[in-house]
Design a protein. Structure first.
Length: 304
């Protein structure tokens, strides 16, 4: 009986040792497998449920249809494309500017006896070739861009320098700039600059005043269609034989007066620092058209 017990214990001990060694081998093989494990996600087989979801997602992505963009957005995109293409074309034109071509254009209109100037006859032909009336306000804007000093004359320096800044070297390109000139006439600040420039452009270089007839002609050209008060002002000037010239203050103040005056001139105050000619004009309107321009009632003085 003791022998059988010992034998059983020996067999049992042998099984334990065998199990221990098998465990060691399993642990060793497991650690080597973990070292050779593929990178995350690579070669990993998803569980059936996840695999089905993944396939469904991919199939949904393939079958998904993007909603059509609205017509408004499509038009905006087209406009942006056109604007970009136009800007590129304009930049290409400016890059291709030729000083030689511009000088040849100047020489075409220059006075034969004074080759560094375009005089009135040449300017008349220049306007005809541009298809612009010489008295169109846009021609004044052109002269402003050239910084021309004398009315009826463009010097070679003014012509070449001004058009080089505008990056135009041919009649066709100059014609294209007239759209810009019209836009600048609608811009309040630029219009004021052009208006104030006109005084220096029209007067004699050595003079500090502008002939009244020239002043009235330019006032009508620049302001008549803008302000209702300009036409009666021109009528008023015709009644004043003593008005021969305008000084710069009178010229500049006329634009400010038209820009700020009320339709019935009710708020006009003679005590303000307007030039005398404007105060006289307001008094003349109130006298000749009292219904349209009534004289404000005098405030009673409480302090006698």
């Amino acid at each position: 009986a003791k022998f059988r017990i010992k034998r059983c214990q020996a067999l049992k001990h042998g099984e334990l040792r065998s199990s221990y060694h098998e465990g060691i081998q399993i642990m060793g093989s497991g650690s080597s497998k973990s070292k050779k494990a593929p990178a995350s996600g690579a070669g990993t087989k998803l569980p059936p449920k996840h695999e089905a979801n993944s396939k469904g997602t991919h199939e949904a992505d393939k079958g998904a249809v993007k909603p059509p963009s609205s017509p408004g957005k499509e038009k905006e995109k087209e406009k942006e494309k056109e604007k970009s293409a136009k800007s590129k074309r304009q930049a290409a034109k400016e890059d291709s500017f030729s000083s030689r071509k511009l000088e040849e254009l100047f020489n075409k209109y220059a006075n034969a006896n004074c080759k560094d100037k375009i005089t009135p006859d040449g300017l008349t032909q220049f306007c005809q070739d541009l298809g612009v009336d010489p008295e169109d306000p846009t021609m004044l804007v052109l002269a402003w861009h050239l910084n021309a000093r004398d009315c009826g004359v463009f010097t070679k320096e003014e012509f070449l320098g001004g058009f080089e800044k505008l990056r135009v070297d041919s009649l066709e390109r100059i014609k294209e700039k007239f759209a810009l000139f019209r836009t600048e006439l609608e811009d309040k600040e630029k219009f004021r600059d052009v208006y104030e420039y006109a005084f220096s452009f029209l007067k004699e270089q050595e003079s500090r005043v502008l002939d009244a007839q020239l002043a009235c002609g330019m006032l009508g050209l620049l302001l008549k269609d803008r302000y209702a008060l300009v036409e009666p002002f021109l009528e008023f000037i015709q009644t004043r034989d003593n008005v021969k010239v305008f000084n710069r203050d009178q010229w500049n103040s006329m634009l400010e007066f038209c820009d700020t005056a009320e339709d019935d001139l009710a708020s006009h105050d003679d005590a303000m620092s307007w030039p005398v000619i404007i105060d006289e004009f307001v008094a003349w309107l109130r006298e000749t058209q009292p219904e349209k321009y009534p004289t404000p009632a005098q405030e009673e003085n409480d302090y006698l």
